[in-house]
Each structure stands twice: as structure tokens, then as C-alpha cells.
Design a protein around this ligand. Structure first.
Ligand code: FAD
Length: 384
């Protein structure tokens, strides 16, 4: 067992820190903190992410990806501002999903500009009436000559309002009346779909939107895979995504912790620095414990995936633990700051709002507990 980063891992992490400082944070800083970034600014960020191999980290080099281990990807991902991290996750895991189900022609045609960061993509599964149980999707696709026709709507889709390409999870009605899941790619310019941005609690420079398909046509050769395999592909990518979302929470908590340590050394009450009071020291100790355990658990889950282990329970555990612990840690960091903690100036309130977004995507914490419980007992609490 090795608890320090190797030279290569340190290099990977440090290159991401430099990339954020030099090329990404300035873009966020020059834009309004409460408004979704303009698409051209997002494309600037995607150009930077692509140059570091982050638009297709999970795909092998032979497939045009950067062939990173999930752990190395996690080390880089953890350095990204949370809004960028969640956008990248939607983009790169959509690429991985499309790749898993596409033909060489589709890969060349659809994926190349996405690898290069010249176009942005997303996956639309959640719907207004369908969230934790994606098998119930109501969006329908039907064949019509050389075209596929889609009707329905999606909700809470990361990147949707700025996407060029959306991978839509649909149901297709079979001759016997049953519904089979199918995934279909729509591209702006070719397909007419509409999006509407949703205002949110946190991650406000990001993009979360509804998507509307009203007899939306897409070429038949944009259908992925064979009917019926969508749920399996979604599960595989979710296992990787969950510890990554946990690391986005860890990054936010780390920033809040750094601010709290600094403030505790500076702020004086009762004639001395508040960092000298035992209860402030306990709060700082609790925050550090939450960050360290969250980080280690997320690294452990990513490493389990790299080792080829079945990681359903481990990944679920990592995300649920990290998003809860880091939420509580940021709240404590606000407490260490007293009233200053709730000011906009201190920026902790934004971290608190951002981290509150994270126990929901890629399965809610309740669903994650059930996934872990199913691994432990072999019994499925979702369905009888
Ligand atoms: C920041 C963010 C980004 C997102 N990005 C995307 C995206 O890119 N693409 C996409 O398709 N979706 C995306 N989503 C949507 C997300 O996947 C769903 O919000 C999530 O799956 C939960 O669905 P829901 O919101 O409809 O909640 P519901 O499923 O309606 O759940 C409501 C409540 O009931 C609980 N619950 C549900 N079933 C059970 C059960 N069996 N036992 C116990 N409790 C239960 C839930 O945990 C939750 O607390 C995103 C969401 C957020 C917040």
C-alpha cells in the first residue's frame, strides 16, 4: 500500500493546477459569477481541456483518447473549479458513451470535434417526470425512412444550452407494444431541438437546461448501438463519474478549509487569535478529517476501477460520503469565519451553494445508499 503520490502522479496533478491558474480561472474571473458563461468562453476552456487530454481521458490512445488511468484523471479533475469539472464530466462521459456504442464512421463524424474541444456535448436522460429511475423515460423515438423522429423533453441536462451534440436516451415502441431503450445523437444545425436554461442554487456559471424535442428529426445513422443496451453503458460510466463528483466536492471543501485556517490565525477575539481556542481547533480538525477521508475514499474507488474490480458499491460509497462530508465541512468553515463566512466577499457562501448541488447528479445520495446496500446484501431494494 502506498499513500504518497508517485513522481508521475505529482506531475499530473501539478500540471492541472498550473492549467487552472493560467488558463481557466482567469476566464471565470472576468465573467459574472452568477450567470452562465457565454458559449465562446466555454469553448476557450474546452480548448484548454482538450490540449491536456481531458476531453477523452477514459478512451485509449488508439481511439483518439489520452488513455489515462481513472486515478490520474481524478488527480487532474480534482484541481478544476467545480463548475468546469461538472461540465467536463458531462462532456467527456458523453464521448465515452457514444464511443462505446458507435461505428467507426459515427466516431469519425461525431466524436472528432468533441475530442478537439471545438464542440460541446451532453447526455439527456432525466426528464420532468423521470429522475432516479431512468428506465421509465417517456421520450420516444420512431423510424421514418432515413430519419429518426424524437418527441419528448429532458430536464436538468448539464451543458444542454451550449451543446452542439446531445446523446438522447429514448424509448422505442416495439411491434408487441413493449418499450426498448435506445440512444440517439442529435446535432445542432441538423436537428431542431430547443433548450431553456434553468436558474439554480449553485454552479451558476455553469449550464443546466431543459431540452424539448417536437418531431425532431435526426439521420437514422445517428442511432447508437443495438436497441436495448443503453442502461448497461450508462451504469459503467456512472461508476466512474461518482468518485469524480466526490472529488469536485473535496476541492470545494479544501478551498474553504484553506480560508478557515488562514482566518483563524488572523482574526482576534478576547485578546488572541481565534485559532488558539479549543473549539475552533476542533472545527478545523473536523474539516480536515472530512477532506482527507473524502479524498482517500474517492481515490480508492477510482483505483478499484483501474484494477478492474466491480466498483458499483465502492463508487456509490465514495460519492455519497464525500458530498455529505464536504458539505458539512464547508458549513463548518463558514462557522469559523463568523458573520464574515456568510458574506459574498469571503466567497464561502458560493462554495456552500456549489457543494449543495453535488449530492443529486449521477444518482442521489439515497439511491447511492441503495446501490451500496444491494452490493452488501445481494437484495435489490429498488424493485420487487
Ligand atoms: C448539477 C446537476 C447536473 C445534472 N446533470 C444531468 C445530465 O447531464 N444529464 C441528465 O440526464 N441528468 C442530469 N441531472 C439530473 C439528475 O440525474 C437527477 O436530478 C437525479 O437522477 C435525480 O432525479 P430527480 O431530480 O428527478 O429526483 P427524483 O428521482 O424525483 O427523487 C426525488 C427524491 O426522492 C428520492 N428517491 C427516489 N427514489 C427513491 C428510492 N427508491 N428510495 C429512496 N429515495 C428515493 C431521491 O433520492 C430524492 O431525494 C443533473 C442534476 C443536477 C443537480
Amino acid at each position: 500500500m502506498q499513500f504518497t503520490l508517485s513522481d508521475e502522479q505529482t506531475m499530473v496533478r501539478d500540471s492541472a493546477i498550473r492549467m487552472v491558474e493560467r488558463d481557466i480561472q482567469p476566464v471565470l474571473d472576468r465573467n459574472d459569477a452568477d450567470t452562465p458563461l457565454p458559449k465562446e468562453e466555454m469553448l476557450r476552456i474546452y480548448g484548454v481541456l482538450a490540449s491536456q487530454g481531458l476531453t477523452a481521458p477514459r478512451l485509449p490512445e488508439s481511439a483518439g483518447g489520452s488513455g489515462m488511468s481513472m486515478l490520474n484523471y481524478g488527480l487532474m479533475f480534482e484541481q478544476l473549479p467545480a463548475m468546469v469539472a461538472i461540465s467536463l464530466l458531462a462532456h467527456e462521459c458523453t464521448i465515452a458513451r457514444i464511443y462505446a456504442e458507435s461505428t467507426p464512421d459515427q466516431r469519425e463524424r461525431i466524436l472528432t470535434p468533441l475530442f478537439e474541444g471545438k464542440k460541446i456535448c451532453c447526455t439527456g436522460t432525466t426528464e420532468p417526470d423521470i429522475g432516479s429511475d431512468p428506465r421509465g423515460v417517456k421520450t420516444r423515438v420512431r423510424e421514418d425512412g432515413d430519419m429518426l423522429v424524437i418527441n419528448g423533453s429532458k430536464a436538468w441536462i448539464t451543458n444542454a444550452s451550449i451543446c452542439d451534440t446531445i446523446n438522447v436516451t429514448c424509448g422505442e415502441t416495439q411491434a408487441d407494444g413493449s418499450i426498448r431503450m435506445r440512444r440517439v445523437v442529435c446535432e445542432r444545425g441538423t436537428s431542431d431541438f430547443k433548450t431553456q436554461e434553468t436558474a439554480t442554487l449553485g454552479l451558476r456559471q455553469g449550464h443546466l437546461a431543459e431540452v424539448f424535442f417536437d418531431n425532431t428529426k435526426t439521420p437514422r445513422n445517428n442511432a447508437l448501438g443495438s436497441a436495448g443496451d443503453a442502461a448497461k453503458v450508462l451504469t459503467l460510466t456512472w461508476n466512474g463519474n461518482r468518485p469524480l463528483v466526490g472529488l469536485a466536492a473535496t476541492q470545494l471543501a479544501q478551498k474553504a478549509f484553506d480560508a478557515a485556517v488562514s482566518y483563524a490565525g488572523m482574526r482576534k477575539q478576547f485578546g488572541k487569535a481565534i485559532g488558539g481556542f479549543q473549539l475552533i481547533q476542533k472545527n478545523l480538525a473536523d474539516i480536515q478529517t472530512a477532506i482527507t477521508t473524502s479524498r482517500l475514499l474517492c481515490y480508492y474507488a477510482l483505483d478499484a476501477i483501474d484494477r478492474g474490480e466491480r466498483a458499483n458499491g465502492t463508487s456509490a460509497m465514495a460519492k455519497r460520503y464525500a458530498t455529505t462530508a464536504c458539505h458539512d465541512a464547508i458549513s463548518l468553515a463558514i462557522q469559523v469565519h463568523g458573520a464574515m463566512g456568510i458574506s459574498r466577499e469571503a466567497k464561502l457562501e458560493a462554495m456552500y451553494r456549489d457543494v449543495r448541488m453535488l449530492p443529486i447528479p449521477d444518482a442521489t445520495n439515497e439511491i447511492l445508499a441503495l446501490i451500496q446496500g444491494r452490493e452488501l446484501t445481494g437484495l435489490d431494494a429498488f424493485r420487487s
